[in-house]
Design a protein around this ligand. Structure first.
Ligand SMILES: NC(=O)C1=CN([C@@H]2O[C@H](COP(=O)(O)OP(=O)(O)OC[C@H]3O[C@@H](n4cnc5c(N)ncnc54)[C@H](OP(=O)(O)O)[C@@H]3O)[C@@H](O)[C@H]2O)C=CC1
Ligand SMILES: Cc1cn([C@H]2C[C@H](O)[C@@H](COP(=O)(O)OP(=O)(O)O[C@H]3O[C@@H](C)C(=O)[C@@H](O)[C@H]3O)O2)c(=O)[nH]c1=O
Length: 301
């Protein structure tokens, strides 16, 4: 049974990875910053710690999936030292604390690229536009400068939080539509989303296969704007989108700069892995079925 350490397990992606990897027969060790988490083999551990030997001795992993991060772009801009430490320097500490045989999968982001790069390829120049993106680029730097077995997965995820008090992008759209609150969705921000459940399948594949490259873009295969995504999701759920309006990122002033083109090109990963990544129809279908399963929304067939 392969031993795996999942960081960020109290978060949206990490919690789902814990469930899916456990179901697939991995011996999962999970860690996060939250103390109140109902996960077996869970350790609350602050990644701001100077060295991670306590965490690594406890979990003794063969593979680490590192998805812990501070993802709030405004918070990162206001607290750059903390963002660089948790999102970036944590990779150096992970490398230092683990044996050479340990494989590290680092969840990075489209945010390492500037708005001027459309459908970014793995070899395109990174040039982050905000502190969050810079902090993820620093994490990549520490891996790219080791001889370790690692894979950097740049992605753009959509999903649901286990913690129902947290409002991610999908929950924000749903809650606003259900409460009939006015929401402006950017029609000039493009992305290629993949669900956390579909990404989990690819991460499982990567733990048991060795591919020739070290950086892969793993997202959906099709582009849409944030507004189009919200409309498609609500249409598929038969929720009226009366107060969901087209907005522009240009109106989003006085906050951390966000990238207007978050699209990634997945050709390299599909070619090397021979896997087929989801299109927008599949992404919306997966989300709809997960939302219907979720008690919070009370949406039935
Ligand atoms: N969400 C998105 O749109 C995208 C995310 N990504 C990347 O995917 C990964 C997962 O994101 P997502 O699940 O959405 O993020 P969440 O914010 O839901 O989860 C982040 C996790 O990191 C943990 N964490 C934060 N600070 C610390 C710390 N000091 N010590 C230990 N753990 C800490 C959080 O713990 P706690 O909750 O207990 O505070 C939580 O478990 C991240 O690496 C992110 O950069 C990439 C592209 C898009
Ligand atoms: C997308 C969107 C956001 N917003 C507002 C709400 C929110 O507070 C703020 C930022 O939104 P988001 O956080 O979704 O946007 P953003 O920070 O661009 O999302 C990013 O998340 C990080 C974690 C990543 O890694 C990136 O890949 C990317 O998906 O902008 C709108 O008003 N309308 C919109 O259509």
């Amino acid at each position: 049974m392969k031993r795996i350490l999942i960081t960020g397990a109290s978060g949206m992606l990490g919690f789902t990875l814990v469930n899916i990897f456990s179901k697939c027969g991995f011996k999962v060790y999970a860690t996060g910053a939250d103390n109140e988490v109902n996960i077996p083999n869970y350790k609350c551990y602050d990644l701001a710690s100077d060295d991670y030997s306590e965490l690594i001795t406890w979990s003794n992993p063969e593979v680490v999936v590192h998805c812990a991060a501070i993802i709030n772009g405004n918070y990162c801009n206001e607290h750059p030292k903390e963002a660089f430490d948790i999102n970036g320097i944590s990779l150096k500490k992970l490398v230092d604390a683990t044996d050479k045989s340990v494989k590290i999968l680092y969840i990075s982001s489209d945010a390492v690229f500037p708005s001027s790069t459309h459908l970014a390829k793995e070899e395109d120049l990174t040039f982050p536009e905000n502190i969050y993106g810079k902090s993820k680029e620093i994490g990549e730097f520490f891996l790219r400068n080791t001889d370790r077995d690692y894979i950097i997965v740049r992605t753009t995820i959509v999903g649901l939080n286990k913690d129902t008090t947290k409002l991610g992008f999908v929950e924000w759209i749903l809650q606003s539509a259900i409460q009939n609150d006015k929401v402006g969705l950017f029609n000039d921000v493009l992305f290629t989303p993949i669900t956390i459940w579909d990404l989990a399948e690819e991460l499982i594949f990567l733990t048991s296969h060795t591919l020739p490259a070290k950086i892969y873009h793993i997202t959906g295969t099709e582009i849409l704007s944030k507004y189009e995504f919200g409309k498609k999701l609500l249409d598929a759920l038969n929720i009226p989108a009366l107060n969901i309006e087209k907005d522009s990122i240009l109106n989003f002033k006085d906050r951390a700069k966000r990238c207007a083109d978050q699209t990634l090109n997945v050709n390299l990963y599909q070619e090397h892995s021979k896997r087929i990544l989801p299109n927008n129809e599949k992404t919306i279908q997966t989300l709809v079925s997960k939302i219907k399963e979720n008690e919070k929304y009370q949406i039935r067939e």
